[in-house]
Design a protein around this ligand. Structure first.
Ligand SMILES: Nc1nc2c(ncn2[C@@H]2O[C@H](COP(=O)(O)OP(=O)(O)OP(=O)(O)O)[C@@H](O)[C@H]2O)c(=O)[nH]1
Length: 337
C-alpha cells in the first residue's frame, strides 16, 4: 500500500481533472479502506442539472471515462440522487446516509463558485470508523483545494469561461485536430470550431464605459453557456472574442445551433447598452492542423464582419462559392499556439 504522502504527491501532480479524480478515488479506496467509490460530475445547463460518473472503483477495479466518451454517456437527472439534492438544498459539505441494502453511504459535494460541480459518493458495508472518516475528509480537502486552484488557472477571471491557455492545451493536443481523411460535410456528425466576436464592441466601451463593456462580456458568457450543450466547450479567447468547440453535429445542425445563438444575442436586452450583435465564423475540425482550423474560422469571421456583421459564415461554403480566396497565409507566420 502506498503511504499517504505519496498519494498526496500524485494527487497534486496532475494538471487535468480526469487524472486528478482517478488519483483521489484510488487514494481514498486504499487509505480509507472503503468498498466502493465514485467521482460524479454535476453538469448544469440552463435550469437542468444532470449527474455523470467520471471514475469509480467497484469490486476493487478502477473504471474511468475518457472525456471524449464522456459526452455520449447516459446521464441521470439530479433528482435520481436525493442525497445530493439534500446537500445542495441545505448547502452541506458532507452527508452520511443508509443505502437500500443497509450499507453506509457518504456524500462529499465539491462546491465551486457557490455551485456543486462534482461529488464523491462512497459506499461501505459497515459504518465508517472515525479513523476512516478522518482520512477520507483529509484527502477530500486536499482534492477540493487543488481542484479550485486548477479551475482558477484554467478559467478567465471576468466571465468564468475557459481561457485561451486551456484552449491551447486541449485543442493543440495530439488527436484533437487530427488531419483525418475528408468526411462528407453535409450529413456526417463531426466537430466544429467557431470564433465569435462582438460587433462594434469598442463603441460599447466608448459610449457607456468599460464597466458596462465588462457587463456585456459577462452576459455574453451566460448566453453562450445556455446556448450550447454540456459536451461543447466554450472559451474566452481574449477581449471580445470567444471560441466554441461544438461536438458531434452535422453541418446543418451546427449552422442552426450557431444561428440560434446569434439570434438569442440579437434578441437580448443588455442593461443600459440595449442591442448587441455578434458575428461568427465556423469550420469543421476534421481537416487541417489546429493552427489552420483556427485560421479558417477566423477568415470566415472576418468575412462576416466585412459583409454586414450579425451573421454566421461557414468557411468551406465561402471557399466553394468563391467568396473567399484559398488562404495564402503561411502557417509559420501565424503565432497561435
Ligand atoms: N470592457 C472591456 N473591453 C474590452 C476588454 N477586452 C477588450 N476590450 C475592448 O474591446 C474593443 C475591441 O474593439 P475592436 O477590436 O476595435 O473591434 P470592434 O469595435 O468590436 O469592431 P468589430 O470587431 O470590427 O465589429 C476594444 O475597445 C478593447 O478595448 C475587456 O475585458 N473589457
Amino acid at each position: 500500500m502506498k503511504p499517504l504522502l505519496q498519494h498526496l504527491v500524485e494527487i497534486t501532480g496532475h494538471r487535468d481533472h480526469a487524472r486528478l479524480e482517478i488519483s483521489v478515488i484510488s487514494a481514498l479506496h486504499q487509505l480509507g479502506g472503503v468498498k466502493e467509490i465514485r467521482a460524479l460530475e454535476v453538469v448544469s445547463i440552463g435550469e437542468e442539472t444532470h449527474i455523470r460518473p467520471k471514475a469509480w472503483i467497484q469490486d476493487g477495479k478502477l473504471h474511468s471515462i475518457e472525456e471524449s466518451q464522456h459526452a455520449d454517456l447516459p446521464r441521470l437527472p439530479l433528482a435520481a440522487y436525493p442525497a445530493l439534492v439534500k446537500c445542495i438544498e441545505q448547502r452541506l459539505s458532507t452527508l452520511e446516509t443508509q443505502g437500500e441494502a443497509g450499507e453506509t453511504e457518504l456524500w462529499l459535494p465539491v462546491w465551486l463558485h457557490e455551485k456543486v460541480v462534482a461529488c464523491l459518493e462512497i459506499r461501505n458495508d459497515k459504518a465508517l470508523s472515525q479513523d476512516m472518516l478522518n482520512v477520507i475528509h483529509g484527502i477530500f480537502h486536499v482534492y477540493r483545494n487543488y481542484q479550485s486552484l486548477l479551475d482558477y488557472s484554467e478559467r478567465d477571471a471576468l466571465t468564468g469561461l475557459f481561457n485561451r491557455k486551456t484552449f491551447d492545451a486541449e485543442f493543440a493536443r495530439p488527436g484533437h485536430a487530427s488531419g483525418a481523411a475528408e468526411a462528407d460535410p453535409t450529413d456526417v456528425p463531426q466537430h466544429w470550431l467557431a470564433v465569435v466576436d462582438i460587433d462594434h464592441f469598442k463603441q460599447v466601451n466608448d459610449r457607456f464605459g468599460h464597466l458596462y463593456g465588462d457587463e456585456v462580456l459577462i452576459l455574453m458568457a451566460n448566453l453562450l453557456r445556455s446556448s450550447f450543450r454540456a459536451q461543447d466547450r466554450i472559451f474566452r479567447f481574449g477581449g471580445e472574442e470567444f471560441v466554441i468547440l461544438l461536438r458531434s453535429a452535422t453541418l446543418e445542425t451546427a449552422r442552426q445551433i450557431f444561428n440560434r445563438f446569434r439570434a438569442s444575442v440579437e434578441a437580448h436586452a443588455f442593461p443600459q447598452v440595449g442591442r448587441v450583435t455578434v458575428s461568427l465564423g465556423f469550420v469543421s475540425t476534421q481537416r487541417g492542423t489546429a493552427v489552420e482550423i483556427l485560421g479558417h474560422a477566423d477568415q470566415a469571421l472576418y468575412y462576416a464582419k466585412e459583409h454586414g456583421r450579425n451573421q454566421v459564415c461557414h468557411y468551406d461554403e465561402l471557399i466553394t462559392s468563391g467568396q473567399l480566396a484559398t488562404p495564402t497565409v503561411a502557417v509559420d507566420d501565424v503565432e497561435l499556439f
